[in-house]
Design a protein around this ligand. Structure first.
Ligand code: NOJ
Length: 563
């Protein structure tokens, strides 16, 4: 079977771990996660087998959007430490053999950034005058987080654009001075030694000329065609890519509502600016467009999305793989089962870790942290959850409205990491800044370290199996039994060696009929989340009829192909 050789860039063989520092580990005893805590836990992170860390924004920020409203791009938030402490973390990560990438948020700043404070003053000879998008009259766009996308500024006497919260004014990327500022930010961190960037809402940074009105009757998304993949996006990104290339830095784009076809423009050909893009399609298997529009989980939707990206990017671009991050509720609570916690947590890991691409693991995912259920909207802190609660479905009962927040809120994934069963889950010596999930007594790192079959140790197994395995890294993807509503099965093949990944999403025992031609083959079990039932390393003859799968059973088998 002929296959184009893929270039062997480091990030393709890496596994990333994402740290949302505020809830990771409190090292200085103020209830807030920080870089002192990170420093102490780097060996733990390394012990997972990961090769790189992505830090969510660490910069000074008034926290209107928890770090995504930056007031100084070239410093560290005092809650998290300082530049010296960051350098210590960076050096130690490098010594341990892990790369570090930062979050680059350049669609908007905080309204407390010096540039915005200056820009508000207006005046013809003000160098910051056109750093933001100012208009005498607003258009009809909605923001993603807080009502209309325009806010009147009484000092300047004009409206400014904010696609997200009011405290997140959009930068005017058409201004070459702003692009120079971005390049200076890139150089600042790259010359310190960071290895790349995850780039926030990067597909929104170029707005359509004249900022035309959107489709009025469609809330929020009605205007998106006026700023998504805008007219100059690829020119601007080429400028930034040039700087990153001087340092060999990796660039990973986050682009809400990115389709696989638009992603390819960022990832390949003349307009290639990104090494990977985060897809969103597979995040809607239990919702429509956003988690706030919840619908029951359907495996088929997940399979459609994953396979679409696998097939379309094949041979052209590299996938990024994730199930969780700081913007989505916890995956076991969504696509798995809190009842079958270990089984579904490990099945979900199996389903995505062996796809072609680079896996990202979000803090706490590796122990199967679940959604928190707070009893009042006032306990939530995320601007978008609050706005959603207060703006939509107002006629529903309080219980129903709160339920929507339980299943959709980003805060569900932002509770402190559960390190052990001591008070505050070992996250902090004092009361943490945010609620700890009450299930920390059972679900915590310490418990799982000592349990061979834990989700944590299973993640380690997945990473070990994937590592240095050319079939799992570069092999071709093929899905089987697509129509099966409960089982996700795919193959990774290179030459005559194939790995088959089989994951049941059923909460009961099922009989999975193997695809034609598979029965009676010898297969080696490489990984199983029921290790007593299917001992890894054992050679098995696949049954003629079918595999009896236990609830959320997952296995990886290796087979020699004869054709
Ligand atoms: C995407 C980030 O991941 C999210 O947390 C943030 O709120 C928005 N972009 C706006 O910056």
């Amino acid at each position: 079977m002929s296959e184009k050789k893929e270039s062997r860039d480091w990030y393709k063989e890496a596994v990333f771990y994402q740290i949302w520092v505020r809830s990771f580990c409190d090292g200085n005893g103020d209830g807030i996660g920080d870089l002192y805590g990170v420093y102490d836990k780097l060996e733990y992170v390394k012990s997972l087998g990961v090769d790189a860390i992505w830090f969510n924004p660490l910069y000074p920020s008034p926290n209107a959007d928890y770090g995504y409203d930056i007031s100084d791009y070239c410093d560290i938030h005092p809650d998290y430490g300082d530049l010296d402490q960051f350098k210590k973390v960076l050096n130690k990560a490098h010594e341990l053999g892990m790369k570090v990438i930062m979050d680059l948020v350049i669609n908007h700043t905080s309204d407390e950034h010096k540039w915005f404070k200056e820009s508000r003053k207006g005046g013809d000879d003000n160098p910051y005058k056109d750093y933001y998008i100012w208009r005498d009259e607003p258009n009809n766009w909605d923001s993603f987080f807080e009502g209309k996308a325009w806010e009147f500024d009484s000092l300047r006497g004009q409206y400014y654009l904010h696609l997200f919260a009011k405290k997140q004014p959009d930068l005017n990327m058409d201004n070459p001075k702003v692009r120079e500022e971005v390049k200076n930010i890139l150089r600042f961190w790259l010359s310190m030694g960071v290895d790349g960037f995850r780039e926030d809402v990067i597909n929104f940074i170029s707005k359509k000329e004249g900022l035309p009105n959107g489709i009025g009757f469609l809330p929020v998304i009605g205007s998106i065609h006026n700023f998504k993949d805008g007219p100059h996006i690829h020119e601007y990104l080429a400028e930034f890519r040039k700087v990153c290339d001087e340092y060999g830095a990796v660039q990973i784009g986050e682009g809400p509502m990115t389709t696989v076809n638009t992603a390819l423009k960022y990832l390949s050909g003349d307009t290639k600016s990104m090494d990977m893009m985060f897809s969103f399609d597979h995040m809607t298997a239990d919702c429509l467009f956003t988690e706030y529009l919840h619908r029951p989980f359907k495996l088929i939707r997940l399979k459609n999305a994953l396979s679409k990206w696998q097939y379309k990017l094949a041979g052209k671009a590299w996938n990024s793989l994730y199930l969780e991050n700081h913007d989505h509720p916890r995956i076991i609570s969504r696509y798995g089962s809190e009842k079958y916690h270990r089984e579904s947590g490990t099945a979900l890991a199996t389903a995505y870790m062996f796809l072609k691409g680079t896996p990202f693991i979000y803090q706490g995912q590796e122990i199967g942290m679940t959604n928190i259920k707070l009893s009042s909207i006032d306990q939530y802190v995320d601007v978008s959850s609050k706005n959603n609660y207060h703006k939509y479905h107002l006629k529903d009962s309080i219980e129903d409205r709160l339920h929507r927040i339980h299943v959709s809120s980003r805060d569900s994934a932002r509770t402190p990491v559960q390190w052990d069963d001591s008070e505050n889950a070992g996250f902090s010596r004092v009361k943490p800044w945010f609620f700890v999930n009450p299930n920390y007594k059972e679900i915590n790192v310490k418990n799982q370290e000592s349990d061979k079959e834990s989700i944590l140790n299973y993640y380690r197994e997945c990473i070990r199996l994937r590592k240095n395995n050319p079939v799992l890294l570069y092999g071709k993807y093929k899905e089987y039994e697509h129509g099966n509503a409960f089982v996700y099965m795919y193959e990774r093949r290179r030459g005559n060696i194939s790995y088959f990944i089989i994951c049941s999403f059923a909460p009961e025992k099922i009989l999975f009929m193997l695809p034609k031609g598979f029965a009676n083959h010898t297969a080696k079990i490489m990984l199983s989340n029921y290790p007593k039932k299917r001992v890894p390393g054992e050679i098995r003859i696949l049954p003629e009829m079918g595999l009896k799968l236990s609830p959320y059973e997952a296995l990886v088998i290796k087979m020699k192909r004869t054709k």
